[in-house]
Ligand binder design. Structure first.
Ligand code: FE2
Ligand code: FE2
Length: 223
């Protein structure tokens, strides 16, 4: 196992945290490009082609703040975590996946299971061993529906999955999924999503990005 025990929340970091706009640090290198190429059809669902690359960029910042974490595991897991949306009934994504008790909807569990299947299909032919694939699927399985992460790497993936929402691109896309204008959506991010973050680094990045996005989108006036 390469995962590390989950420290107490909020997970502290002794490193400097990069709080600049995420577009200043796109995901580095090309080592994951073969995985990206294997899931291109799945990136077309639910704006994964925006959500996944931005979340990977945030995941790399979190790994910089946590050099003790297995960064390859975090990066591959965040890249693949929502690909399962590409294999569920598209019409049910918004009707069930983002309304009511959306975290517990059947379609949520389905996208997690399908995401695990995709990881088992695409990773072994690219040379990733069985143990690594099991660790990736352990993170993908339940990433939205399991109440708590089971390792440091799992927690960092969850934080990266949330952090993209605080960027203006995330607000522009995800506010529509919830049928909200940007201002009340930003209120909801502050009220509901910030308390869900696990790491101090993510808390710092989220609050800085949200302040910046609210100023940019003039949510103080446009409400
Ligand atoms: Fe998800
Ligand atoms: Fe996600």
């Amino acid at each position: 196992m390469t995962t590390h025990a989950l420290p107490t929340r909020p997970i502290p970091t002794t490193r400097a945290v990069d709080t600049t706009s995420i577009d200043t640090t796109p995901a580095r290198g090309d080592d994951l490009d073969p995985i990206w190429r294997s899931v291109i059809p799945e990136t077309r669902a639910r704006s994964n082609d925006v959500h996944l690359p931005i979340s990977l960029a945030y995941a790399e910042r979190l790994c910089d703040a946590h050099p003790e974490a297995d960064s390859l595991l975090v990066r591959v897991s965040i890249l693949l975590h929502d690909t399962g949306w590409g294999r569920v009934d598209e019409s049910r994504i918004l009707s069930e996946g983002f309304t009511g008790d959306w975290r517990k909807s059947a379609i949520r569990f389905e996208h997690e299971k399908q995401g695990c299947e995709i990881a088992r299909e695409v990773l072994p032919p690219l040379g990733y061993d069985d143990g690594f694939v099991r660790e990736v699927t352990a993170i993908i399985d339940g990433h939205d529906t399991r109440p708590e992460p089971h390792s440091l790497e799992d927690a960092l993936v969850r934080d990266a999955d949330r952090l993209w929402r605080f960027d203006h691109a995330g607000i522009a896309l995800a506010s529509g999924w919830f049928g909200l204008a940007p201002a009340p959506y930003c209120d909801r991010l502050r009220r509901e999503i910030i308390p869900e973050l696990h790491s101090e680094a993510a808390l710092t990045m989220a609050t800085t990005a949200l302040d910046r996005s609210e100023a940019l989108l003039k949510t103080g006036v446009l409400r």
